[in-house]
Ligand binder design. Structure first.
Ligand code: BES
Ligand code: ZN
Ligand code: ZN
Length: 459
């Protein structure tokens, strides 16, 4: 971890002062004449992202000035753990950031590197923070790193079984109960859609369930799309569309990480985590376009496109979740390309069957710089999934409103009486940015955790 505890009276760590163009003059007053001269000579103007390393009279690194955008605490210092010289720093009290804890979170998120297949390129610089800050930040940092690790891991090392192992590890760590239905057990227990999507893979499909908490507490169900690889099935994706589909279990990664945050914080609720884990593969027994599958809910679905598999594995999991009348169902899924067309990579699409719940989720996201954007469950578009022989199809001829029609499909499996949130998330950074390294990414995780804290923790 790139965050360490700052002990009272600490003199070891180097002061890191955040500043900007309007505060640069004040920052300079705290420096020696030689240091001020150095800033002039090197043209330091406190532009966001710029840094000045300031030596003392003996040439030892004494202080760092970091230009920041004070309105963007999360990303203000996120580039520093990989650009500052190795060592330990602390944020000087004179800095311009209103929320140093948020900046420290950004630092830790920026220090991440995926090291399963190669060594870290360098050790990150560490930031010393107050013990209380470290205590609230560490679980968020660890949960985000887990999402990234799970998503970054290639399918060969992150199949349905490995997803189950991740849930089992959680179960052990937090004394939760884990059970699974594997392969044909899915048919016996009536999870036909999960089996249908996953049956063509040599790695058996499964539904993984973790349960935790005290009876009497309200029940929260968290569901995550665990498509460990999405070839598209017989409606095979082209190479470009398939290239990154190891990340199609990103929803599952978010669900697992949220479960971990909930149990770590001991939120007063009963948790049910559900991961339908499959590979959408091609083989002789693959699900064909035109087939009709009878879902767990008893509704018949015509397979219009085998590439719309996420909603298929989710629908039986959502039905199962609803059977215990939960207080709330939350699902995460890398469900549609259309959500990315609508909102781009950084804004998960939020769908909710309660306005108040949606507003709370949006507000939570804004408060912790983990933004969500709401799209409507526009009922008239249901007809885009009309089937000529089944109750409805899993996709239709039109590509219009693809994120909405996918959400409308899921909505049919959630009772109107059950509050429900659906996040269609990208779970990926296409390029490197400060605090947001290229590869797997948590998007909407902190927002949802804050929402749940507000909903379930009495003030
Ligand atoms: N996993 C994809 C969606 C996806 C694609 C997410 C790219 C993020 C990036 C999903 O299973 C899928 O293929 N959806 C189709 C649905 C269509 C066939 C109705 C899509 O979005 O094109
Ligand atoms: Zn697909
Ligand atoms: Zn998919």
């Amino acid at each position: 971890m790139s965050l360490i505890e700052r002990k009272p009276g600490d003199r070891q760590t180097i002061a890191l002062e955040t500043t900007d163009t309007t505060h640069l003059a004040a920052s300079k007053k705290r420096l020696s004449a030689a240091q001020r001269k150095w800033l002039e000579q090197t043209g330091f103007e406190a532009a966001p992202g710029s840094i000045a390393l300031l030596p003392d009279a003996n040439g030892k690194l004494q202080r760092v000035l970091a230009g920041v955008d004070a309105g963007d605490a999360l990303n203000a210092i996120a580039h520093l753990p990989k650009t500052l010289p190795e060592g330990s720093y602390h944020l000087a009290d004179e800095g311009v950031l209103a929320d140093p804890a948020q900046a420290a979170l950004g630092w830790a998120l920026g220090a991440y590197e995926f090291t399963r297949y190669r060594k870290a390129r360098r050790a990150p610089a560490t930031l010393a923070v107050k013990a209380a800050e470290l205590k609230t930040l560490a679980p968020l940092v660890d949960a985000t790193a887990q999402v990234r690790d799970l998503v970054n891991t290639p399918t060969e090392d992150m199949g349905p079984k490995q997803l189950a192992e991740a849930v089992n590890q959680l179960g052990k760590a937090y004394k939760a109960k884990v059970r699974e239905w594997v392969g044909d057990e899915l048919l016996k227990a009536n999870f036909p859609t999960i089996h249908a999507v996953g049956r063509a893979s040599h790695r058996a499909p499964r539904l993984i369930e973790l349960t935790w908490g005290k009876s009497g507490d309200p029940l929260l169900s968290v569901v995550g799309k665990g498509v460990c690889f999405d070839t598209g099935g017989l409606d095979l994706k082209a190479a470009d569309g398939m290239r990154w589909m190891k990340k199609d279990m990103g929803g599952a990664a978010h669900a697992i990480a949220l479960a971990r945050l909930i149990m770590d914080a001991k939120l007063p609720l009963r948790l049910q985590l559900l991961i339908p884990a499959v590979e959408n593969a091609v083989s002789g027994n693959a699900l064909r376009p035109g087939e009709v599958v009878i879902t767990r809910a008893g509704l018949s679905v015509e397979i219009d496109n085998t590439d719309a598999e996420g909603r298929l594995v989710l629908c039986d999991a959502l039905t199962y979740a609803g059977e215990q009348q939960p207080d709330l169902i939350v699902d995460f899924a890398t469900l549609t390309g259309a959500a990315r067309v609508a909102l781009g990579p950084d804004l998960p699409a939020l769908f909710a069957n309660r306005d108040e719940l949606a507003e709370q989720a949006l507000a939570a996201g804004q408060a912790v710089q983990d933004p969500l954007w709401r799209l409507p469950l526009w009922r008239p578009y249901r007809k885009m999934l009309d089937s000529y022989l089944a109750d409805f199809a899993n996709s239709g001829a039109s590509r219009h409103a693809g994120a909405i029609t996918a959400a409308l499909y899921l909505e049919r499996f959630v009772a109107d009486t059950t509050p429900w949130l659906h996040l269609d998330t990208y779970a990926w950074n296409d390029g490197d940015r400060p605090g947001r390294p290229r590869g797997g990414e948590a998007m909407g995780l902190r927002a949802l955790f804050v929402l749940l804290q507000k909903r379930y923790v009495r003030a």
